[in-house]
Design a protein around this ligand. Structure first.
Ligand SMILES: Cc1ncc(C[n+]2csc(CCOP(=O)(O)OP(=O)(O)O)c2C)c(N)n1
Ligand SMILES: [Mg+2]
Length: 629
């Protein structure tokens, strides 16, 4: 056997740079490089290996959490066909990646995490940043990655890599299994040399399969569709990852079945597609939510059916509703006692299309869809055209950005009140033009994520929409965007705190307690004047171009000019926190105090107790036995 004498770290990078994926005959290198911040636990091992492998680019971020968000956004924008590795030192550098790991895993997005770890050889323990235990020497902070990783291993010996790396690749490239993969790398082991077989460094291509549904279940699904009066499709992120937009469009056009899009699934169809009712669920449009309420058949494609999509299991109220779930992941396919089509979205849609032809929904249902769409466009125009304030409304800013953006441009967001507004209002015209991280809704993803999206396709303008809260939590990747020359258009909506959680606080009767950015006043509470945070100066301090806009006309002009700038630009707009985009025909379960001394909370609880009665147990399947017609 021909071998190469390399350190563990050198062998690792040598392997990673030769991994490729292929789907539909198209092939590309899987890893675009590594993100990270060096420390003593990584620099002499993996750091040195990266220095020897300059064809595996190394990028420095400002925060390890951000590294993982950048990597996640990149992989999501590449429909999971490419990814980054993220490295860190031991200790805090590693644990900073845990939030990123959870974000990736919850969203089913591949990232490879390579945290440094404590010495395998033990003799110098406790080392700087080591978590000691009196029960075991085989424990470190990296064990905390286990619940947020789809695959986890710790490399104690050089030859372990030969077995661990293919497992890591299997999981990363599996549409059903993918998420964060963690290989913890003890600091001493990284630098140890071993004899590695030459084959480890040969080009290896991982085929991304398009599994087809079981033929019996597919025939059964077709019969359910043909029998349906008011069917509805719920399009999730899996539609985009599978590249199934055209197949979904054709299926919806041919059958007339309307489509509601989840946060991850939005932009599966263009907003003006005749069957696209837009956002569904808690942050949905009235049309999609009324269609959901009445649907006798829900065809859920590539969605996890989270509470935001199911309106905490209140969305589907037809007594006879049953579900067909198309998903590569078995766990999702079986939710709601559905008829499970464990399959690739595109493959299943193509097969289903043939199997149901010439089924079409009835004319009156078809005309309802057109009517709902028409009403929604008018409502969107109303919100875009409010001309409130100043401070102006957030909906107007969404309108200004949506109108200024081109069909291929991408909007990026993650947490706060913006995701709901964007889900409802943004007019997506091409697949992946809408990039929301709403599985973990992780404040701090926005700017880092924007950078990942921009790197995935530098030809697309990226508009990051971010609240002041998220910006203050993590804005430092602006520096990285300038370092790498990837321009971001950042629109910062300043409402002096948490509009989203503040609104929720009022809804639960807590009157906004603890949700504003205010001075502590003489009352001892945070109810003084607003804190004077100068976001323009902050952005300029990072090296970005920054503009403040107060009136709608100023905002529109500043947003319109962003795309002409050659470096990251931040437009700071004060918005009226109380001028919210309303909710439509939906509900979200946030349990309220059963007992309280505050009257407003007791009142809110009474409303809650009524609403919660609408929650249903779809999994009981009393009306939807899996294999009966
Ligand atoms: C890391 C993290 N911490 C806390 C939360 C809970 N949370 C959701 S939205 C939000 C407020 C966000 O504030 P901002 O970015 O200003 O947006 P706004 O609500 O004002 O629109 C908070 C605290 C979260 N989603 N992520
Ligand atoms: Mg805010």
């Amino acid at each position: 056997m021909r071998t190469r004498r390399l350190t563990v770290a050198q062998a690792l990078i040598g392997f990673l740079k030769n991994q490729y994926v292929e789907r539909d005959g198209k092939e590309n290198r899987f890893f675009a490089g590594a993100w990270g911040i060096f420390g003593h636990g990584i620099i002499a091992g993996v750091g040195q290996a990266l220095q020897e492998n300059l064809d595996f680019p190394y990028y420095v971020s400002r925060n390890e959490q951000a590294s993982v968000h950048i990597a996640t956004a990149y992989a999501k924008a590449r429909n999971r066909l490419a990814a980054f590795a993220c490295i860190s030192s031991i200790g805090p550098g590693a644990t900073n990646m845990i939030t990123g790991a959870a974000t990736a895993t919850i969203n089913r997005i591949p990232v490879l995490l390579l945290p440094g770890d404590i010495f395998a050889r033990r003799n110098v323990a406790p080392v700087l940043q080591q978590l000691e235990s009196e029960h075991s020497q085989d424990v470190s902070v990296n064990d905390a990655f286990k619940p947020v990783s789809r695959y986890w291993d710790r490399i104690y010996r050089a030859d372990q890599l030969i077995c661990s790396l293919p497992e890591a690749m299997r999981v990363l490239t599996s549409p059903a299994q993918t998420g964060a993969v963690t290989l913890a790398l003890p600091q001493d082991v990284q630098s140890e040399a071993g004899e590695f077989p030459e084959e480890m460094f040969e080009k290896r291509i991982w085929h991304i399969a398009r599994p087809q549904a079981d033929s019996e279940l597919l025939a059964k699904a077709a019969s359910w569709i043909r029998a349906a009066q008011n069917p509805l499709i719920v399009a999730g992120g899996g539609v985009l990852y599978s590249g199934a937009s055209a197949a979904l469009s054709r299926f919806a056009m041919d059958t007339g079945i309307p489509v509601g899009e989840t946060q991850a699934g939005k932009s599966s169809l263009p907003f003006n597609h005749p069957q696209n009712l837009g956002a569904i669920g808690v942050t949905g449009t009235p049309g999609a939510n009324i269609a959901a309420r009445n649907a006798d058949l829900v065809i859920a494609i590539g969605t996890r059916l989270s509470d935001f999509t199911t309106a905490s299991k209140t969305a589907f109220q037809n007594e006879k509703v049953r579900f067909i779930n198309v998903n590569v992941a078995e766990v999702d396919a079986y939710k709601h006692a559905a008829l499970p089509l464990v399959a690739d979205a595109r493959a299943a849609l193509e097969e289903l299309g043939c199997a149901v032809s010439p089924y079409r929904v009835a004319e009156n249902y078809f005309s309802c869809i057109a009517h709902w769409k028409d009403l929604w466009e008018k409502e969107t125009d109303r919100i875009f055209g409010l001309r409130h304030g100043p401070p102006i409304s957030q909906g107007e800013v969404v309108g200004a950005v949506s109108n200024a953006s081109g069909p291929e441009d991408v909007v990026v967001c993650a947490a706060g009140s913006l995701p709901g507004d964007l889900h409802k209002l943004w007019r997506a015209r091409t697949p992946n033009a809408y990039h929301l991280e709403y599985g973990y809704s992780c404040m701090g993803y926005e700017i880092a994520g924007g950078l990942g999206v921009k790197m995935a396709d530098p030809g697309r303008e990226v508009y990051v929409m971010v609240g002041d809260g998220s910006f203050l939590l993590m804005s430092s990747e602006i520096v990285t965007s300038i370092q790498e020359g990837y321009k971001l258009n950042i629109v910062l909506l300043d409402n002096h705190g948490f509009s989203s959680i503040g609104g929720l606080s009022h809804a639960i009767g807590s009157k906004g307690f603890g949700t504003d950015y205010r001075y502590r006043s003489g009352t001892g509470q945070l109810d003084g004047k607003y804190l004077p945070v100068d976001f323009v100066k902050l952005a300029e301090g990072y090296g970005a171009k920054a503009v403040r806009a107060t009136t709608f006309a100023e905002a529109e002009r500043a947003i319109g000019e962003m795309r002409g700038h050659d470096r990251t630009t931040v437009v700071v707009i004060e918005v009226d926190k109380e001028m919210r985009v309303p909710g439509y025909e939906s509900w979200w379960d946030v349990p309220l105090s059963e007992v309280s001394e505050i009257e407003s909370i007791r009142q809110a609880r009474a409303i809650y107790e009524d609403a919660v009665k609408r929650e249903r147990h779809y999994e009981l399947a009393t009306t939807t036995p899996m294999i009966t017609t």
